[in-house]
Design a protein around this ligand. Structure first.
Ligand SMILES: [Zn+2]
Length: 66
């Protein structure tokens, strides 16, 4: 079977790019391209706290069905 290769290529091109440096991500360190980038991102995470505002929830609050 040759489907494995196709899936891997698809994941590389579609699944992406390293969020840190935009290089193609390595399946080993997904979604990053290397351990270094994964570590870098983790460091950023810890520094900034990565706050996700829950806008979706306030949206639901304002929506009142009849
Ligand atoms: Zn990277």
């Amino acid at each position: 079977m040759s489907t494995d290769k196709k899936v891997e290529t698809l994941a590389l091109t579609k699944g992406g790019a390293c969020p840190t440096c935009n290089n193609p991500s390595d399946h080993k360190y997904r979604p990053f391209c290397s351990k270094r980038c994964a570590d870098l991102d983790l460091g950023q995470w810890l520094n900034e706290g990565y706050r996700i505002e829950s806008e979706e929830e306030s949206d639901l609050d304002e929506y009142e069905p009849d």
